[in-house]
Design a protein around this ligand. Structure first.
Ligand SMILES: NC(=O)c1ccc[n+]([C@@H]2O[C@H](COP(=O)([O-])OP(=O)(O)OC[C@H]3O[C@@H](n4cnc5c(N)ncnc54)[C@H](OP(=O)(O)O)[C@@H]3O)[C@@H](O)[C@H]2O)c1
Length: 334
C-alpha cells in the first residue's frame, strides 16, 4: 500500500515536496490531498500536481480518514497551532523546520503526539540525505579519529523575502537557516547537550537576527562554530575536524551532494525534478519522505534520524541563542 500524503499549505515548499515525492515509485507514495486556507489556491495546486482531493481549510484535511500522514508546509509561526490541530485529530505529522517558534511550543507538539500515539517528526531533511548517512558511517568508523571541532556555515541573502525578515512571520536567520548548522553539530555529537553556548549577532530593524556567530563547547574539549546570515553569501559548507583527518560536506551542506573524507571526494546525485523547483536541491526531500514511510511501516512514532528529544534540544539551543542575541517573538510571551 502506498503512503497517502496530505499536504497542508499550498506554498513554495509544498510545491517542492510534491515534486520530490513524484520522483519516488507511485506504489510507495501518493499525494492524496492538498489543503489551503484558500479553496482557489488548493485547486490551482491540485491541478498543477495532479492531486485528487482539495480542501479549502486545514480542518477539512484533519477530518479526512484516508490520509496516512500530513506534511505541514506552512509558515513557522503556524506550526504550533496547525500542528496541534492535526495531532489532536489523530494524524501523523511531518512538520517543516523549524519545528515551532520556541521550545515550549515544541514540547506541546511532542506531548500531543505522545498523547494521541501518532508519528511526529521535524522535517530536518538534511538528516535523510545519503551524504549525511555516509558522514555518520565515517564517524562511526572513526575515519577522522576523535572529533575536535565542527564548523557549519549557512549564508543566503534573502532580505527581499517577507517571511525571512518580518517578525510577525517568524523571520530571522536562526530559525530559517541557522537551524541547519545547529542540527549538523548535534548530529556529529550524537545529540549531546552543549556545555556552553556563546552567541553574538546583528539584528534587522524589524528586531529579527540578520547574522549570527555561535560558539559551543562540548565535553572532552570539543567545540563547534556556526555562522549564519540572511544578508551575506557564505560557503555553506560544514567541516568536521578530528585528530586524524577531516570530513567536509560541500555546500549546500543542508542538502548536499558532495562529500570529501580525508581528501577523497564522492558525489551522490539527486533525482531530476519534473517541474521547476523553488529551492536548491529540493528533490532531495524525497529522502525524508522515504524515511517517514519506513517509520510508518515499522509502526514507529518518531524517526531515529531526527528523534523528538533532539528536536527539543535543538529548539532549547535556539531559545538560548535568541536570548543572547536579543530576539523576542510574541509567542515567547504567551
Ligand atoms: N526544507 C526546506 O528546504 C525548506 C525550504 C523552504 C521553506 N521551508 C519551511 O517551510 C515553511 C514554509 O515556507 P515557504 O517558503 O513554503 O513559505 P510560503 O510559500 O511563503 O508559505 C507557505 C504557506 O504558509 C501559509 N501562509 C503564508 N503566509 C501566511 C500568513 N501570513 N499567515 C498564515 N499562513 C500563511 C500559506 O498556506 P495556505 O496555502 O494555506 O494559505 C502558504 O501557502 C517554513 O516553515 C520554512 O522554514 C523549508
Amino acid at each position: 500500500m502506498a503512503t497517502r500524503w496530505g499536504l497542508c499549505g499550498a506554498g513554495k515548499i509544498s510545491h517542492d515536496f510534491s515534486v520530490a515525492v513524484k520522483t519516488l515509485p507511485p506504489e510507495d507514495h501518493q499525494i492524496a490531498a492538498i489543503a489551503s486556507r484558500s479553496t482557489e489556491r488548493a485547486k490551482y495546486f491540485a491541478k498543477k500536481h495532479d492531486i485528487p482531493k482539495t480542501y479549502g481549510s486545514y480542518e477539512d484535511l484533519a477530518r479526512d480518514s484516508d490520509i496516512d500522514i500530513v506534511y505541514l508546509g506552512v509558515l513557522h509561526t503556524e506550526h504550533w497551532h496547525v500542528g496541534l490541530l492535526f495531532l489532536k485529530a489523530g494524524k501523523n505529522v511531518l512538520c517543516e523546520k523549524p519545528f515551532a517558534m520556541n521550545s515550549r511550543q515544541v514540547k506541546d507538539l511532542v506531548e500531543e503526539a505522545k498523547k494521541n500515539n501518532v508519528f511526529l517528526m521535524e522535517a530536518i531533511w538534511s538528516r535523510c540525505f545519503p551524504v549525511h548517512a555516509e558522514v555518520r558511517r565515517q564517524l562511526a568508523e572513526e575515519a577522522v579519529g576523535e572529533v575536535k571541532l565542527v564548523k557549519a556555515y549557512f549564508g543566503s541573502p534573502q532580505l527581499h523575502v517577507p517571511r525571512s525578515v518580518e517578525k510577525e512571520l517568524g523571520g530571522g536567520a536562526l530559525l530559517d537557516i541557522g537551524v541547519y548548522c545547529l542540527q549538523f553539530v548535534l548530529m556529529v555529537f550524537n545529540g549531546e547537550r552543549p556545555a556552553s553556548i556563546q552567541a553574538t549577532g546583528v539584528l534587522l530593524d524589524s528586531g529579527v537576527d540578520e547574522s549570527v556567530v555561535v560558539v559551543m563547547k562540548f565535553t572532552r574539549k570539543r567545540m563547534a562554530l556556526c555562522v549564519f546570515s540572511i544578508a551575506a553569501r557564505l560557503p555553506n559548507d560544514a567541516v568536521i575536524s578530528g585528530t586524524k583527518g577531516s570530513i567536509s560536506v560541500l555546500g549546500p551542506m543542508h542538502c548536499p551532494t558532495k562529500l570529501v573524507v580525508n581528501g577523497k571526494e564522492t558525489e551522490h546525485p539527486l533525482p531530476e525534478p519534473c517541474l521547476p523547483l523553488n529551492f536548491t536541491n529540493s528533490t532531495g526531500l524525497c529522502y525524508e519522505a522515504e524515511e517517514v514511510r519506513r517509520c510508518l511501516l515499522k509502526g514507529l512514532k518518531e524517526s531515529p534520524r531526527m528523534p523528538l528529544s533532539e528536536s527539543v534540544l535543538l529548539t532549547e539551543i535556539m531559545d538560548e541563542i535568541r536570548k543572547q542575541v536579543g530576539v523576542v517573538f510574541s509567542q515567547d510571551r504567551q
